[in-house]
Design a protein around this ligand. Structure first.
Ligand code: GAP
Length: 517
């Protein structure tokens, strides 16, 4: 685990060193859980968004996109339930003055019991080797049984408190923290305040105060921009059910436990698609979207074993099915995407609060009804993080040297081709520029002439550039160059006129999209 934490730290510093992700307002020492994307980060991020957008809007005739404003009428958030219920239970430690999410403190305590069990199992596995029977060990070992009971009791109590009649039982949460003897990691004391509910939405004011300003919110999800535009899109696009509306945009949450780099941010980006369907067909569509979204992830070639579904046992009152797609990050399997069957909750709420009829007239059945919705919702930044984590490698080479390489899927890589003149003379720089001038219309190219070729290769490996071309003396004679592959490091001699044909297909988003069909 410690080793994985080290790897994660290295990935975070690599992101900064190579222009992928910087802390926001870095010269002022950053702003908590807010990040900026640098020159390479923005290219990778744009490619992720393009892969998602095109897989939705280009590949599905019945899905269209929109781009709604971040500011929305404040009643939107009353109707959606966010004003009343988008809360985290918080607790403060009086000695350290640090604030925590009470539910997270308890979840971490449960994880400690699980860790203890896991350690016993690993120890026994080493001792007994091939003859080790884990099920029997779990059922008989005293220390495992003791920790399992502590875990089960705590889990049961936690579920009761979180799902209490009328909302989370805040006193009950505090009592668990006291009974479990949970201490503040900074002060080491149990001097806790009461637990309070804290709304995660950022507020601001619209209009001048003299005019009577109104409180508005920065949207905590992009989904509501889609729901409030359902009628506009359905009517102007003459859409027939089933159909979907896709959107990519910023969302804001005043997260209290903001950790793990860009995993949990206060300003982040979502790619959401709401698929409107006939009531009664939702569980079928839910399964279809579950399968399609998993295929989209696995299409990147990171290995099926690194993904899993986490189906929700406890559903929000308006949902009748929900699952997360989790990816194996260095800090464990974590949610990257949520897929939810949201019934007709959102459209019905907006109909109620706006007084507008929000329905669909079905020409096949001659009936009007409020459509049901399947939502797919993925965080761009979490997707970015999962790609960086999976691609990063410190590779030991046969000659004993090491190189840091990002094995990014070529279609997502920020730079597709780097072109180097071997030396800065004899017309080699001009020839290299000529190659770039020709290919830059087809994919992202970069010119590099500083340092020895070996160093230039390393710099390109570190940003995940899949191909490098070197212009040398022979190029000037026969118009061929060496083409080097990032992953195999193999070099071959190819004609300049063949470069586009060799590279373009491999680095295009289209190559990924074709594998989805
Ligand atoms: N409209 C549904 C919705 O917003 P969610 O599970 O709260 O559902 C969907 O968020 C996705 O947005 C998550 O799976 C995650 O990838 C991303 N996300 C949510 N909160 C985030 C945060 N604070 N920082 C980064 N990404 C976040």
């Amino acid at each position: 685990m410690a080793q994985q934490e080290d790897v994660f730290k290295k990935i975070v510093s690599h992101c900064k060193e190579y222009g992928f992700v910087f802390p926001s307002s870095d010269i002022y020492d950053g702003l908590g859980a807010v990040y900026d994307y640098g020159q390479n980060g923005v290219e990778l991020k744009n490619n992720i968004k393009q892969y998602w957008w095109q897989s939705m809007v280009l590949l599905h005739e019945n899905i269209v996109g929109i781009d709604a404003a971040i500011f929305m009428h404040p009643t939107t958030w009353k109707a959606s339930g966010h004003v009343d219920a988008f809360n985290d239970p918080l607790i403060d430690n009086r000695d350290s003055k640090k604030r925590y999410r009470a539910d997270v403190l308890i979840e971490e305590q449960m994880a400690k019991y699980e860790d203890k069990i896991q350690k016993e199992i690993e120890k026994a596995q080493k001792r007994f080797g091939d003859s080790f029977d884990e099920a029997k060990f779990r059922a008989t070992n005293e220390r495992v049984l003791e920790n399992q009971k502590k875990y089960d009791d705590l889990h049961h109590r936690f579920q009761e408190v979180m799902n209490a009649e009328g909302g989370i039982d805040l006193d009950g949460l505090k009592q668990i923290i006291l009974d479990e003897g949970i201490v503040c990691p900074i002060s080491g004391t149990r001097n806790w305040t009461d637990v309070r509910q804290f709304n995660l939405m950022f507020k601001t004011e619209m209009g001048s105060t003299a005019d009577g300003a109104s409180t508005i919110y920065l949207r905590p999800e992009t989904a509501q921009g889609i729901f409030v535009n359902y009628l506009n899109v359905q009517k102007t696009g003459r859409m027939k059910l089933p159909f979907g509306i896709a959107q990519i945009g910023k969302a804001f949450r005043n997260e209290i436990v903001a950790r793990q780099f860009i995993f949990r941010m206060r300003e982040f980006e979502q790619m959401e698609m709401q698929f409107f369907i006939q009531p009664g067909t939702e569980l079928d569509w839910f399964q279809k979207w579950k399968a399609y979204r998993m295929k989209w992830h696995q299409n990147l070639g990171f290995g099926a074993e690194n993904y899993r579904f986490h189906d929700h046992d406890k559903l929000a009152h308006y949902a009748n099915a929900a699952t997360d797609i989790e990816f194996r990050m260095p800090f464990g399997f974590k949610e990257v995407e949520g897929i939810h069957s949201r019934t007709n909750f959102d459209l019905s709420q907006h109909a109620k609060y706006s007084g507008k009829k929000i329905e669909y007239f079905d020409p096949d059945t001659n009936e009007s009804y409020t459509p049901y919705v399947i939502e797919t919702s993925i965080g761009v930044d979490r997707m970015f993080l999962s790609i960086m984590c999976h691609s990063y490698e410190e590779q030991l080479l046969p000659d004993g040297q090491t190189r840091t390489v990002l094995h990014l899927p070529a279609a997502l890589a920020p730079v597709k081709l780097a072109v180097f003149p071997l030396t800065k003379k004899d017309g080699m720089p001009e020839k290299a520029q000529e190659i770039i001038n020709d290919l830059r219309f087809h994919f992202n190219c970069k010119y590099e002439e500083k340092d020895q070729i070996g160093k230039r290769y390393r710099r390109m490996d570190a940003i995940g550039c899949p191909y490098c071309v070197t212009v040398d003396q022979q190029t000037l004679e026969d118009n061929t160059v060496t083409l080097r592959d990032r992953d195999t490091m193999e070099q071959k001699r190819v004609a300049i006129s063949d470069l586009r044909g060799i590279i373009e297909d491999k680095v295009s988003i289209t190559s990924l999209l074709k594998k989805l069909l």
